[in-house]
Design a protein around this ligand. Structure first.
Ligand SMILES: [Zn+2]
Length: 477
């Protein structure tokens, strides 16, 4: 009895003392990367607690399957949420020429501004930046740019600071907590906040990707998010507040900078000889693919010319394809094209199964869309050139990417790509090894837009938001 009373008395004493503590000076930002469609699930939870988030948008995927639409962005903004930018096509900005990086950074802000949003905040894809990339972000008119993983948590950076300073030492490398995935617990998230509160406060940006139960490993359950925000709301009594990045950083809206696309009309690194990125892919080339199959990529000395070709092995084929393609970018690697014109594609290949060209085009705002596919090319045990003339390029297209796609189990090695505007005439398949589709079968066509999510040898699919080539804090400056 007396023990129970003592406990009650102790709790009462705490409840009196706590609100009297000094303000924590802690600002939490809730940031959402990539514009995944399920992020709309966060909106009613934010509204429930009167909180605003920062949504970093990949402009080139807005309106495509599984991503937010422009109407969604307007809904988010109408509730007071911030629309920030996260590039046009989500490349590693340190792995592309600086001119391409500037296009990716500036034009994502220009597009979002055109769509009616107030855009001051950027987040680096894969949290990857260099001094040149940071400077480009400043020159594009952003007031800040967010990294990842530089604030101590149970998930890394144990010796690091507990918060970003306000104002930040370098607004173009905002420190942030490691991205939240399904291995995080609610308590671990709370601990990050209380650690900052106990060390004098500052800015604590959290980063979320998917809001769902079990849809992805890079996700938080809506229930856990609700619990976290409920707990954060109560911390308001101690002086801990939730703000958007723009609210936390401040500053005026700078003039918009838009970088025009380059005019190169050819391919780069056509013989696949240069490979300096460390990904196992030739510079300016990427793995594309979609559907249910298991592609494995390797750089091979089995070359048509030079020293290297690129080999693809597919197992477990159910549907879809895999192919090597010029990087789906804003023009450094993908050639510019003219609407109405036809183009001749060529690829030297060896294959144990059927292949076909899959073609994609870039529109004026840098978004990539599936265009069309060629007839099939037969297996070839010796080096064979697959050539095909495209249909006229659709209106509105500004660039092209394509790949000779393996559409069955087996192996495909390619080398010596060619691409050139044709003299005209009707589109025609001129492949020596073309065969028509067997009657009564469904054509194998890429009906799903693979947004060019690259595949890294041995590492499986790399999704937007997955950390690769993450700079250490020292490397980032
Ligand atoms: Zn991302």
């Amino acid at each position: 009895m007396s023990l129970a009373c003592a406990l009650v008395g102790f709790a009462s004493t705490l409840s009196v003392v706590t609100p009297a503590q000094a303000a924590t000076n802690t600002v939490v930002s809730l940031t959402f990367d990539d514009g995944n469609a399920n992020q709309m699930t966060a909106l009613p939870i934010l509204n429930k607690y009167g909180m605003k988030g920062t949504f970093y948008i990949i402009t080139g995927v807005i309106g495509t399957p599984n991503y937010l639409t422009r109407a969604n962005l307007s809904t988010l903004a109408a509730s007071g949420n911030e629309i920030g930018a996260h590039s046009v096509n989500h490349p590693d900005l340190t792995g592309v020429p600086i001119d391409e990086a500037k296009r990716q950074i500036c034009n994502s802000r220009a597009d979002l501004t055109d769509w009616g949003f107030r855009v001051t905040s950027f987040a680096y894809p894969y949290a990857s930046a260099s001094t040149a990339v940071e400077n480009a972000t400043r020159d594009c008119g952003f007031n800040s740019a967010r990294g990842l993983g530089d604030i101590a948590s149970a998930h890394g950076c144990s010796g690091c600071d507990r918060a970003e300073t306000l104002p930040p030492a370098d607004p173009y490398w905002l420190k942030a907590v490691d991205q939240i995935d399904t291995t995080w617990t609610l308590q671990q998230m709370k601990n990050v906040v209380t650690a900052a509160e106990g060390r004098g406060g500052g800015l604590v940006p959290f980063t979320f990707h998917n809001i769902c139960d079990g849809c992805d490993s890079l996700a938080i359950s809506p229930t856990v998010l609700d619990s976290f925000l409920s707990w954060l709301k109560a911390r308001g009594a101690l002086g801990t507040t939730v703000k958007t990045i723009d609210q936390a950083i401040g500053g005026t809206v700078k003039p918009v900078v838009r970088i025009p696309p380059p005019t190169n009309t050819g391919l780069t690194n056509t013989s696949l000889e240069q490979s300096t990125s460390g990904t196992g892919f030739p510079d300016c080339w990427m793995a594309g693919g979609w559907g249910s199959n298991n592609p494995v990529w390797s750089r091979t000395t089995d070359a048509h010319s030079g020293s290297f070709g690129q080999r693809l092995d597919i197992s477990g084929y159910v549907n879809g394809d895999a192919k090597l393609m010029p990087q789906m970018d804003l023009g450094s690697c993908s050639p510019s094209v003219t609407p109405g014109r036809t183009y001749n594609l060529g690829t030297w290949y060896k294959a144990t199964g059927i292949t076909q060209y899959a073609l994609y085009y870039r529109n004026a705002t840098g978004a990539w869309a599936y265009w069309t596919s060629s007839p099939w090319f037969a297996a070839a045990s010796t080096w064979t050139q697959a050539t095909w003339t495209t249909p006229p390029v659709p209106a509105g297209a500004s660039g092209m990417s394509f790949g000779l796609a393996l559409i069955t189990n087996g192996s495909l090695t390619t080398d010596d790509y060619t691409f050139a505007g044709s003299a005209g005439g009707s589109p025609a398949a001129k492949a020596p090894a073309t065969r028509s589709r067997p009657s009564g079968t469904t054509p194998v066509r890429a009906t799903v837009i693979a947004r060019g999510a690259p595949t890294v040898p041995g590492a499986g699919a790399v999704r937007p938001g997955t950390l690769i080539a993450v700079p250490t804090p020292d490397d980032a400056h």
